[in-house]
Design a protein around this ligand. Structure first.
Ligand SMILES: C[S@@+](CC[C@H](N)C(=O)[O-])C[C@H]1O[C@@H](n2cnc3c(N)ncnc32)[C@H](O)[C@@H]1O
Length: 296
């Protein structure tokens, strides 16, 4: 069943004009539009300005109350229809898209984090295309960068890790494509962000170790990061399962693993005085030093 709830906050903005270049039919019997908005990992002020504007234009705002902060609805028009998608199947959301196509409505579909990552967005985009709806994706702050920010770490420390693998543990409800395994990715020793995997933390730890990370590899476990009840824990890889279990974490949890999480920052070439590019000439002495000994 679709849960409709129009918030009572009369301070919400009245209908603004469509932004220049905005998609959609504008609610006047045109073809309608759906804008997929990344709401960010939790805290309502991590929504982008573009995302807020899309929500502010929308005739219909569809959001998942289980994953998206209610504060993002403050940007919705006072007369917007607000639909909580948390308990409804895709079919009911598609019925709203059909209505938007028929009546030329602008819909904002608000997803947690960035819609491009585990957002079930592709199947919606396909249906929107079939309905002739204009679509746009507004990127959002993903939870993996929010967890890195929470511990004040860069995930790509020069000469330590220059790649970030975003993945999840095999064996969940959605099968993994052949060749995509945590163990296989772990063999690269780069930084990894594990989504949707905390419920099987023992298997996760075992696969990461089997892939070749040493037992002392630093990990960060982030639960509902940037929400009011955020929990951020640091541990070694061989303590990962015990840490997750001790705090009874099984959902809304992301694990970062890799040597970059406690490595000393090495100087990058980019800001070295000996490095040059289209906007900066090199200092000749620093250039010679850089070429002979690397950035220091
Ligand atoms: C369906 S995926 C959605 C990911 C989202 N699109 C993103 O970019 O972060 C849900 C998973 O993302 C992670 N996640 C999302 N928000 C989180 C948060 N605030 N703190 C920790 N993990 C989070 C968890 O691994 C959770 O199981």
């Amino acid at each position: 069943m679709t849960t409709d709830a129009t918030p009572q906050d009369s301070g919400r903005p009245a209908r603004p004009p469509a932004a220049p270049g905005a998609t959609g039919g504008g609610g006047e019997g045109g073809r309608g539009s759906v804008t997929f908005v990344g709401a960010g990992p939790g805290a309502a002020d991590l929504l982008t300005l573009r995302g807020a504007a899309a929500i502010g234009r929308a005739d219909v705002v569809i959001w998942a109350s289980s994953l998206v902060h209610p504060g993002v609805l403050d940007h919705a028009r006072a007369d917007a229809r607000i639909v909580d998608s948390a308990a409804v199947p895709l079919e009911e959301v598609v019925a709203l898209y059909e209505e938007a196509a028929r009546d030329g409505l602008d819909v904002a579909r608000v997803h947690s984090g960035d819609p491009a990552l585990w957002g079930a967005v592709q199947e919606q985009l396909d249906r929107c295309a079939a309905l002739g709806l204009a679509t746009e994706i507004v990127p959002g702050v993903s939870s993996f960068t929010a967890v890195a920010a929470a511990v004040g770490r860069e995930l790509t420390v020069p000469e330590v890790a220059q790649s970030v693998v975003l993945t999840r543990l095999e064996g969940g409800k959605t099968p993994m494509p052949e060749g995509e395994t945590v163990r296989g990715f772990a063999a690269h020793g780069a930084t990894m962000a594990l989504f949707l995997s905390a419920a099987r933390s023992a298997q996760l730890q075992q696969e990461l170790l089997a892939g070749g990370y040493p037992p002392e590899t630093p990990c960060v476990v982030g639960y509902r990061v940037t929400w009011e009840d955020e929990l951020v824990l640091r541990c070694r890889l061989d303590e990962l399962a015990a840490t997750v279990r001790a705090h009874r974490l099984w959902k809304h949890t992301l694990v970062l693993v890799g040597p970059a999480l406690d490595a000393e920052g090495k100087r990058s070439h980019l800001y070295h005085p000996g490095h040059f590019h289209g906007h900066r000439r090199p200092d000749p002495v620093a250039r010679r030093a850089l070429r002979s000994g690397g950035a220091s």
